[in-house]
Design a protein. Structure first.
Length: 233
């Protein structure tokens, strides 16, 4: 990658400006980070200062951090960006969540008494590795009593209990009847220029089903299968 020229990044092989940069693997923090040294961050800074379209730009990249899930549960924070009516409507879909740095929060106090109702979600991208569920959180909570820096690495979330159903899973060509839960995700696109939204789109959905007893169930690790919705009155 060449140096910037008039705020453009130049491809040294063709001397043409690069218009689009896509981060295929770009975990920001912890031991899995793709940024191993200061040179890596310098390259990212050069990219962000360029005129190229970034996918994602740093502000949206940082927003994937789970600490934002905890922040937007707070009405005072959320209503800076959306109306109170919209917040109250969305709030019905949010699980109870808080930052572990709010050590006196009633949610944290309840998690110490009823750990089976909660999970600790690690503040990193790249999947669920490092998340703790139910009784797994007890040791980490005990450590946080004295290890204050450790609190900044997690958020606390009340454990969701989705509807369970009997299903037939097809994984690697093999069928298996199991009690399952299903998760629904949406795909979207957004293009922003200097805080001005040029477009925002809804581009479909992903339905994945996994065994009910699994706490980590991604498609890439083979624990979940792709599914489809059956809507009924």
């Amino acid at each position: 990658m060449g140096r910037k020229s008039h705020w453009s990044i130049i491809d040294p092989a063709t001397t043409r400006g690069i218009n689009l940069l896509v981060f295929c693997c770009s975990i920001l923090f912890d031991n899995s980070s793709c940024y191993k040294n200061e040179d890596s961050w310098t390259v990212r800074r050069e990219i962000e200062h360029s005129r190229a379209v970034k996918c994602p730009p740093i502000e949206l990249h940082l927003a994937t951090n789970k600490i934002f899930q905890a922040a937007f549960v707070n009405e005072r924070v959320a209503t800076k960006y959306i109306s109170k009516d919209d917040y109250l409507s969305l709030r019905q879909t949010f699980p109870e969540t808080c930052s572990m740095e709010q050590w006196d929060d009633p949610l944290i106090k309840d998690s110490k008494l009823n750990p089976e109702k909660y999970c600790l979600k690690i503040l990193r991208e790249g999947g669920a590795a490092g998340n703790l569920f139910g009784k797994e959180i007890i040791q980490k909570l005990n450590e946080m009593e004295t290890d204050i820096p450790a609190r900044s690495k997690y958020i606390l979330m009340r454990y969701l209990r989705p509807v369970e159903s009997e299903n037939i899973l097809v994984i690697n060509g093999q069928t298996d009847t199991a009690t399952t839960v299903t998760e629904h995700s949406t795909f979207g696109g957004i293009l922003v220029d200097q805080q001005r939204i040029l477009f925002s789109t809804n581009n479909g959905q992903l339905i994945r089903t996994k065994r009910a007893e699994l706490t980590s169930g991604g498609l890439m690790n083979g624990a979940s299968t792709i599914n489809s919705l059956h809507v009924k009155d």
